[in-house]
Design a protein around this ligand. Sequence first.
Ligand code: NAG
Ligand code: NAG
Length: 395
Amino acid sequence: MSALKIAALIALAAYVEARFGQEQIPVSAVSALGDAGFGDPGVAATIAGSIPGSLLAAASPCDKLTIADQIITELGTDQQVIDAAIGLVSAETNFNPFAVNVPFVCADATLPASEQLRGIVPLVDPAVVGSDAENANSATSVTTPFDAAGLSQAEVMIAQGFSNFTAVAANGDDVVLDGQDGAAAGDDAAAGDDAAAGDDAAADDGTEAPAETTVVQQPGRCGGGNNNTPSSTALVATGAAETAPAATSAVGENTGNGTVADGNDQNDNNNDDAADDGATGGDAAVGTGNLDFGLCQPTMARVAGLNGRAATEFTFIPQDPLCAQGQQEALNPNIITNRICDQLVNVCEASDEAIAACDDAQAQIEALGTRDQSTADTWNTLLGFDGVDSTQETI
Ligand SMILES: *[C@@H]1O[C@H](CO)[C@@H](O)[C@H](O)[C@H]1NC(C)=O
Ligand SMILES: *[C@@H]1O[C@H](CO)[C@@H](O)[C@H](O)[C@H]1NC(C)=O
């Protein structure tokens, strides 16, 4: 690893740690509620303990809003309690700067449910374009909440002029809301009437799905290993559902010819080329992002002529035999990225951070909408494996 890379990693680690410190703010305020005698013994401490996880990149941004409601329902409506809950609603949520450059925000209009917490918008990382306006809005909203009737926190933010984030629906899907600069949201502009949809929700009786949203990702897990059965087909960015590679299924599962043991080839610790740099972290495939992918290297290849296809037909495939187990090559890279992320969870024993980075990278590849060699290279780079030869079927 070059000195430059090491310096970059140290800088990045310091940065991540600095941002991580944001979490201490709502945690200590909620802990203090227990000391002040609010709630049954231990309840405030338990709630406080659940806060850091809700602010991590891997969590849904809706989680912290649920916890904020819980603070009020379990600890009461004293102003000190409400202030602590507001601190959580307005807290900055972490995201993995290796993988994405904008924060995640909850798009569930039913959250938070507590009237005292509605119309409050979160702080965002100062590195995000537009953060000045959003952070000013957040400070304002803490004392003077914005109109939030029928609107999710994400929709309130957009209404107040900040849309540089990824909205996440109640079910965990990333969604593009009207007014966001999503790759595929352009045409939605016609749906400018959705302000009316907001009123609808205010008047309605509990219909919770935010209107006019577009699903861009379903981070489906435990895909079950079915060949070419993508759990995410509604790809707005590409506009087309994957046509499963036709008729090759007769060949059966392509588990790759390597043995599982071959999956550990990347651990050879030779520092002599760029590709090896990605996996010099001892037993685990870590990449330059210093993420622990466990038994797997999460890289993707794009190769012609796989599995009896024409010599000119390129498809995507996981490079690691463990990731590729039970997975056929696919024309749609999103099938493969989805599979790799599933395998990190189910087979590879990857760390939560690595899984979160994979999910983030998956969303980015979907948003890119490309299907060429750069798609595979971008994926590999996002996960810290820059320089891996994506034209090779296996590593
Ligand atoms: C959103 O913020 C990111 C990170 O700062 C930046 O790269 C991107 O250009 C911004 N997007 C918009 C639409 O402003
Ligand atoms: C496995 O090996 C056979 C025989 O060498 C070859 O035809 C086939 O394409 C290989 N499949 C994979 C996935 O490498």
